[in-house]
Design a protein around this ligand. Structure first.
Ligand code: ATP
Length: 259
C-alpha cells in the first residue's frame, strides 16, 4: 500500500458491505467489537468481558486495514491509525509520548486504535532497540489503563505473526487473534463484484468467472480493476470490456502492481 492509498482509505467511509469474501472474519469482529458496544447492558448483566484488543494477521493486501475501518464506521467510532514503524523511528521519550496522546484522544469517545505493523515493536526488542522496549511498556500501560466500560478497542495488524511476542497475546491486551486469509476463488469473485460494483462492464459474469481463477489478494484485484479503468479511459469508453482486463492483466504479469 502506498501512503496515498492509506490516506484515501481514511477519507472515505468503508462498510462491511464493501468487503468481499471475508464473511467469517466480519462475523467475529461483529461479535467482538460491535455487539459489546451496541448491547453494553446485556454484556454487563451477563458478566461477559469483551476483548480489549484483537490481532488481525494475514498476508499483505488481504483487507486488514479495511476491516478495521469498517468496524469503526459500524459503531460510529473514531478510527485512529498508528503506523508502529513510524513511531519506532522517533526518539526515546517522544515515541511514548505520541502513543500516550493517541490513547488520550481515543478515550474521549468511541474509538478504534489501529496499530499497523505491530510486529515492528517486537522486532526492535529483539534487536535490543531501546525505543521498541519503551514503546511496549507504554502500550501495555495504556491498554491496562483503558477503563472497563470505555468504548476503546485496539485492533493490531501484522503480516508477520511469527514475530509477535506472546506477551501481547493475553486477556486484557490482544485477547484474540484472527486470521485474514488470502482469498480463494469464490472470495476473489466476491471481491471483484464489490470493487467494481459502480462500473459498467460488458459480459461482467464471464469476466469475473475468468479473473477469479487467478490467485491474487484483494489489494491486487482492486489494482487490476483500476488498470482496466485506465484502459477504458484510453479507449474513450464508459463501459469496460474484456480487452481492458486483458490490458490490465498484461501489466500485472509484467510488473507488480503499485496498489
Ligand atoms: P497490508 O498488510 O499490506 O497493510 P491490508 O491487509 O491492510 O494490507 P488493505 O490495506 O485493507 O489490506 O487493502 C488494500 C485495498 O485493497 C483496500 O483498500 C481495498 O480497496 C482492497 N481490498 C483488499 N481486500 C479486500 C476485500 N476483501 N474486499 C474488498 N476490497 C479489498
Amino acid at each position: 500500500n502506498t501512503s496515498w492509498d492509506k490516506a484515501s482509505q481514511a477519507s472515505f467511509k468503508v462498510s462491511w458491505s464493501d468487503i468481499g469474501g471475508l464473511d467469517s472474519v466480519i462475523n467475529e469482529l461483529q461479535e467482538s467489537i460491535v455487539w459489546p458496544l451496541r448491547f453494553r447492558e446485556q454484556f454487563q448483566r451477563l458478566g461477559i468481558r469483551p476483548p480489549r484488543g484483537i490481532l488481525l494477521y494475514g498476508p499483505p493486501g488481504t483487507g486488514k486495514t479495511m476491516l478495521a475501518k469498517a468496524a469503526a464506521s459500524e459503531v460510529s467510532a473514531n478510527f485512529i491509525p498508528v503506523a508502529i514503524p513510524d513511531l519506532i523511528k522517533g526518539e526515546i521519550g517522544e515515541s511514548e509520548k505520541s502513543l500516550a496522546q493517541v490513547f488520550e484522544t481515543a478515550k474521549r469517545g468511541p474509538s478504534i486504535v489501529f496499530l499497523d505493523e505491530i510486529e515492528a515493536i517486537f522486532g526492535s526488542r529483539e534487536n535490543s532497540g531501546e525505543v521498541g522496549k519503551k514503546l511496549i511498556t507504554q502500550l501495555f500501560l495504556e491498554m491496562d489503563d483503558i477503563p472497563e466500560n470505555s468504548n476503546v478497542v485496539v485492533l493490531a495488524a501484522t503480516n508477520q505473526p511469527h514475530l509477535i511476542d506472546s506477551s501481547i497475546l493475553r486477556p486484557g491486551r490482544l485477547d484474540k487473534a484472527i486470521l485474514v486469509p488470502v482469498p480463494d476463488e469464490h472470495s476473489r469473485r466476491d471481491i471483484l463484484c464489490k470493487v467494481s460494483r459502480h462500473l459498467k462492464i460488458e459480459n461482467a459474469e464471464d469476466i469475473f468467472n475468468w479473473l477469479a481463477k487467478i490467485e491474487m489478494p484483494g489489494a491486487e484485484i482492486k489494482a487490476l480493476v483500476k488498470y482496466a479503468c485506465y484502459s477504458a479511459i484510453q479507449r474513450k469508453s464508459k463501459v469496460l470490456n474484456k480487452s481492458d482486463f486483458d490490458t490490465a492483466l498484461a501489466k500485472y504479469s509484467n510488473q507488480a502492481f503499485i496498489c
